[in-house]
Design a protein around this ligand. Structure first.
Ligand code: ADP
Ligand code: ASP
Ligand code: MG
Length: 477
C-alpha cells in the first residue's frame, strides 16, 4: 500500500515525540508500505514566528530581540535533535542544517526590524521556518532507524502555487511535478519527509497555504502520487462529535462523509484544514484521522458514502476567530446591486466571508468574516460607502465579541424539526442568537452568538442530540 502520513505540531513537539513518530512510520514501513511523510512545525512555533515578525515592525522593538528569539528556538531544535537521533553522523548533519536555517532566519528578522515593514511575501518566508526546521529532524530520526529518507520543502516536492501569499493555491503543474519527484523515491523505498504548509510560486518564492495548511499539503501530495489512503496524525482520537477541549465527553466519529468533514472543518474543527478534502474527493481517496499518542485507539475514516453511522446530527462545532459586520441604511432597500457591490468589493480585498444574512426589509446586510480579515474588510467597505449615495449605506458596524456554531450532519437534509430542536435548546439555556444561516444543501445549521456563551451552547447541543459516548456522564449547566 502507498500512504501519505501527516504529523501535526504537537506530534513533533519535542525530541521524544519525534522519536515516537519515527518509530510509528517504521512500523508501517516494515510491513512493506511506501510512505511519504508530511510534517508541521513544532507546536506553537508558527505563532511565535509570526508574532516576533509583527513585533519587530513596531515602535518599541529592539534588535536584541532577534538573537534572543533565534537562540531560544535554536536550543529547542538542537535539544530535540539530540533526543530524537541516535546516529552521530546523522545528528551532526541535522544540526548543521538547523544552524544554516537559524542564520537565515536571523538575517531575515534583522532585515524586518531595520525596514520596519512586513509584506505578505516576507510574512510567508518567516512563517516557513517552522516546517523547514522540523522536516530535517524527522528525516534524521528515520535515518537513525536505518530507513532511507530525504527531506524536501513543499516547493522542492513539486507544489507550485499562485502568488496569493498567506493562502496560496496549487497550480495545475503541481500534480505532475509532485508525481515525477516523489514516486521514484517511494518506489525504491526512500521515505521523503516534506514540509507541510509551504510551497513555491513559479518564481521559486516561498508561499504558504494558510494556517493549518499542512493537512492540505498531505492531501495535495496524496492525490498526486495516488496513495491508497491519506493519514492525518494529530493529538486526539480522530474527528469527534465536538472539540474535546470544549466538550470533554465528545466521542470519535468512526466514519463520516467528505461533505460532512468539509462542513465540520469549515466551521471550526481545526483537526483538519477545510481544503484537505478537496484533492481527496477528486480521486476518491479515503482520509483517515488518527492519534499519534494513541495509535491503536479510535480513529475517523472519511469516505464518499457513509455506511456505518446513520445519525442525523454528527457534530457540533464552533469558531471563535470571527467578526460580524453589519451594513445598514434605509436606501439599501430596493436599490438593486448593493449586495453585489459589497461582496465583490470584499472579494477583491481578499476577505473570506463565512456567513451572510439579509433581512427581508433589505435595510441591512450582516455577514461574518474571519477576524484576521476584519480591518481589510472595514477599510474596503468605508471606501465603498463613500462611493455610494449617502443614504444607501448609512452605517457600518462590527462586533468582534462573537462566535459561530454549526450543527452538522448530511442526513439532516430533508428531515424536518432539526432547526426547531437546535433553537429550542438554545432558548432554554437563555442564549440569544444574533444571526442564523442554513446552507441550501441542509448539511448544516449555523448561527452566531456572543463568544462567552459558546461553551454552554456547544455542550447543551451536544447533549440535545445525544452525541456523547455511552460511558460518559451527562452534564448540563
Ligand atoms: P495538529 O497540530 O495535529 O495539526 P491541530 O491543533 O491543528 O492539530 O488540530 C487538533 C485539535 O483540533 C485538537 O486538539 C482539538 O482540540 C481540535 N478540535 C476542534 N474540533 C474538533 C473535533 N470536532 N474533533 C477533534 N478535534 C477537534
Ligand atoms: N505550522 C502551520 C500552522 O501552524 C501549518 C500547520 O500546522 O498545519 O499554521
Ligand atoms: Mg492542524
Amino acid at each position: 500500500m502507498r500512504y501519505v502520513m501527516k504529523f501535526g505540531g504537537t506530534s513533533v513537539g519535542n525530541g521524544d515525540r519525534i522519536k515516537q513518530v519515527a518509530e510509528l512510520v517504521r512500523s508501517y514501513y516494515e510491513q512493506g508500505n511506501e510512505i511519504a511523510v508530511v510534517v508541521s512545525a513544532m507546536s506553537g512555533l508558527t505563532d511565535e514566528l509570526q508574532t516576533i515578525a509583527e513585533r519587530l515592525t513596531g515602535e518599541y522593538a529592539e534588535v536584541a530581540e532577534v538573537s534572543e528569539f533565534v537562540d531560544a528556538i535554536g536550543k529547542r531544535h538542537i535539544d530535540a535533535a539530540y533526543a530524537a537521533i541516535e546516529d552521530e553522523m546523522t545528528v551532526t548533519e541535522v544540526i548543521s542544517e538547523v544552524e544554516t536555517r537559524l542564520e537565515e532566519l536571523k538575517n531575515a528578522l534583522t532585515g524586518i526590524y531595520h525596514l520596519g515593514e512586513l509584506t505578505d511575501r516576507s510574512y510567508d518566508y518567516i512563517s516557513s521556518f517552522g516546517e523547514r526546521l522540523s522536516a530535517p529532524m524527522i528525516s534524521g530520526a528515520l535515518k537513525s532507524l536505518k530507513i532511507q529518507s530525504v527531506f524536501l520543502t513543499g516547493g522542492e516536492a513539486g507544489i507550485i502555487t499562485d502568488s496569493k501569499h498567506r493562502g496560496a493555491r496549487p497550480t495545475e503543474i503541481t500534480e505532475r511535478r509532485v508525481h515525477e519527484r516523489l514516486v521514484p523515491l517511494l518506489k525504491v523505498g526512500i521515505v521523503p519527509v516534506i514540509t507541510g504548509f509551504i510551497a513555491y510560486n513559479i518564481h521559486n518564492i516561498i508561499t504558504t497555504l494558510g494556517r493549518g495548511g499542512s493537512d492540505y499539503t498531505a492531501s495535495i501530495i496524496g492525490s498526486a502520487v495516488d496513495v491508497d489512503e491519506i493519514w492525518i496524525w494529530t493529538d486526539v482520537d480522530g474527528i469527534m462529535t465536538a472539540d474535546p477541549k470544549l466538550v470533554p465527553n465528545a466521542r470519535t466519529l468512526p466514519e463520516i462523509s467528505y461533505v460532512e468533514a468539509m462542513e465540520i472543518s469549515y466551521f471550526g474543527a481545526k483537526v483538519i484544514h477545510p481544503k484537505t478534502i478537496e484533492p481527496a474527493v477528486t480521486k476518491g481517496i479515503p482520509v483517515r484521522v488518527k492519534n499519534t499518542f494513541n495509535p491503536d485507539g479510535a480513529s475517523t475514516l472519511i469516505v464518499e458514502a457513509v455506511t456505518k453511522d446513520q445519525s442525523l446530527v454528527k457534530a457540533v462545532t464552533a469558531i471563535d476567530n470571527v467578526a460580524l459586520i453589519t451594513l445598514s441604511g434605509a436606501g439599501m432597500a430596493g436599490t438593486i446591486g448593493v449586495a453585489a457591490h459589497v461582496f465583490s468589493t470584499l472579494a477583491n480585498a481578499g476577505v473570506n466571508i463565512i456567513m451572510i444574512s439579509q433581512g427581508s426589509s433589505e435595510a441591512n446586510i450582516s455577514f461574518l468574516v474571519e477576524e484576521e480579515h476584519l480591518s481589510r474588510a472595514l477599510n474596503a467597505l468605508h471606501e465603498l460607502k463613500r462611493e455610494f449615495d449617502a443614504n444607501i449605506i448609512k452605517e457600518i458596524s462590527c462586533d468582534e465579541d462573537v462566535s459561530a456554531i454549526a450543527v452538522v450532519g448530511s442526513r439532516m437534509a430533508g428531515t424536518p424539526g432539526i432547526a426547531g430542536r437546535i433553537f429550542g435548546c438554545i432558548g432554554r439555556i437563555n442564549v440569544s442568537v444574533i444571526m442564523i444561516s442554513q446552507g441550501s444543501t441542509e448539511h448544516n445549521v449555523s448561527f452566531v452568538l456572543k463568544r462567552d456563551s459558546v461553551r454552554r451552547a456547544v455542550e447543551n447541543l451536544h447533549e440535545e442530540f445525544s452525541l456523547a459516548g455511552s460511558d460518559s456522564r451527562k452534564k448540563r449547566r
